[in-house]
Design a protein around this ligand. Structure first.
Ligand code: GLA
Length: 393
């Protein structure tokens, strides 16, 4: 049993009843996610190792008879109402709601509208995929309520379309895949080239995962993200004219890469990260399978160096958090996680030292930047859950 999840579900049901005087037909609960390794490779058809974590977003939903979307967010304390056929979104979260409903419905004509309520304990905008959890739980609830059946891949594709079409972020499929497909006590490797996945049991008895949120949120983060996406597209195009039959960055190695004069140095660095990060994902599988915390820590640190020097998505605050951690004997390793340019570090800590680590690192960070960072101790959980047959009590 997961207390915060059960409490959140109960709160969501009660809040929905208070708002709409109905018992919800469906509640969908999506976890947030971290990514152990494989950063900025999803939109390059590479490999990643994400996993869902014990922070949740709940969506309670029922049909109504007026063909309107009536949505309430308990976190934002904001309500909106719009015509199902006549989309008039204003705020960002309205776009997520409407986009997810429309993507779920596709061409299906329906006579009813939707009442929904969102309630979440996933920190928003902190790189834990609160927005993927929002898309996924609204989309899954809508599919269930209107008896529409889609494969997992199609669900992930439609969530990604919400990002691309309604939000204007050209993200990959890492976040939605993690929130949908995760299994408790496992991580998984996903190959974005063909969407195949492989689950890897994880039982690190002697170590814990700790996130440290730097509280840095760069204004430019999304434009910088797009810059990286475009650089990779350009690099792939240039490489394809030099190497016949190139179908994936995994077809080349670093030695081949540096022989290609047509590629400017900044693009070479981006590709170098992708090549080495894909290899690290496979090495991570071995390290996890053999419970080797030293190797896991080493790979996390290598990944950070690559994200910092070659992919250039780190920042001084995150680098400071990691550099300061290096001096601590109970810190196995860590790296910047997610889209970058701020956000959180993911750290592997010797069991029993979690509190000490959090205290030491928070004090150092506050002294250096005057910022109070936010720690999160996490555990790995299953993906999206749909609950129907909801009773009044
Ligand atoms: C963000 C995007 C993901 C992925 C990561 C970087 O979280 O939403 O698709 O690209 O950044 O790995």
């Amino acid at each position: 049993m997961n207390t915060n999840k059960d409490t959140l579900i109960k709160q969501t049901k009660d809040a929905f009843f208070e708002k709409f005087s109905q018992i919800p037909e469906i509640i969908c609960v999506s976890p947030g996610r971290i990514n152990i390794i494989g950063e900025h490779v999803d939109y390059n058809n590479g490999l990643a190792m994400p996993v869902a974590i014990d922070r949740y977003l709940c969506v309670a939903m029922s049909r109504n008879h007026n063909r309107r979307i009536n949505a309430f967010s308990t976190n934002l304390k904001d309500m909106f109402s719009s015509d199902l056929d006549n989309i008039s979104e204003t705020k960002l979260w309205h776009k997520y709601v409407q986009g997810s409903i429309l993507e779920a419905l596709g061409n299906k004509k329906c006579d009813s509208g939707i009442n929904l309520l969102i309630n979440s304990d996933i920190p928003m905008g902190k790189g834990l995929s609160s927005s993927a959890a929002l898309e996924l739980s609204i989309l899954s609830a809508t599919l269930k309520i209107f008896s529409i059946k889609l494969s997992d891949n199609e669900i992930i594709d439609r969530c990604q379309r919400v990002d691309h079409k309604y939000i204007g972020i050209k993200s990959g499929k890492l976040d939605q895949s993690a929130c949908l497909l995760s299994k408790e006590n496992s991580v998984f490797i996903i190959d974005f080239n063909n969407s195949s996945i492989e689950y890897i049991p994880i039982k690190l008895k002697a170590a814990s995962w700790v996130l440290i949120d730097s509280m840095i949120k760069r204004e430019l983060a999304s434009s910088k993200y797009h810059e990286r996406v475009e650089e990779c597209q350009e690099a792939f195009k240039k490489l394809s004219t030099e190497i016949s039959g190139l179908s994936n960055f995994r077809d080349i190695n670093e030695e081949m890469l540096f022989k290609i004069d047509a590629l400017p140095i900044n693009l070479k660095k981006r590709v170098k990260h992708i090549i080495s990060e894909n290899q690290r994902v496979l090495k991570m599988k071995d390290a996890i399978t053999s419970n080797n915390v030293r190797d896991i820590g080493y790979l996390l640190r290598e990944s950070h160096e690559s994200l910092k020097k070659d992919y250039e998505v780190s920042c001084k605050e995150i680098d400071y958090l990691l550099k300061s951690s290096e001096k601590l004997s109970y810190w196995h390793g860590g790296r910047i996680m997610g889209g970058g340019f701020g956000g959180s570090t993911l750290n592997l800590i010797k069991k029993g030292y979690e509190k000490e680590y959090i205290k030491v690192i928070s004090d150092l960070y506050k002294k250096k930047f005057g910022i109070i960072c936010e720690p999160h101790l996490i555990s790995f959980v299953n993906g999206v859950e749909t609950i129907d047959n909801i009773s009044a009590n």
